[in-house]
Design a protein around this ligand. Structure first.
Ligand SMILES: [Zn+2]
Length: 69
């Protein structure tokens, strides 16, 4: 049997953390691939959400992903 779920590790240039999820495209230059968290941050930032608020939203996303329901 072949291993099909190959996970490629990448390092996010924005926060410097390694990640293996599907990358997000940076809104700043439309070509840099960043981690999903930073993608969320940039999206929130663009609608004027504060850093504290971004943190709590990302924390909520993680919590939901790790234990659905
Ligand atoms: Zn990042």
């Amino acid at each position: 049997m072949k291993e099909t779920n190959v996970t490629r590790m990448a390092v996010c240039p924005r926060c410097g953390r390694p990640y293996c999820e599907r990358p997000a495209l940076s809104r700043l230059d439309n070509e840099t691939l960043i981690c999903p968290d930073c993608g969320t941050r940039e999206a929130l930032e663009s609608i004027g959400v504060s850093v504290e608020e971004q943190d709590s939203i990302i924390e909520t996303i993680h919590r939901t992903m790790h234990n659905p329901r």
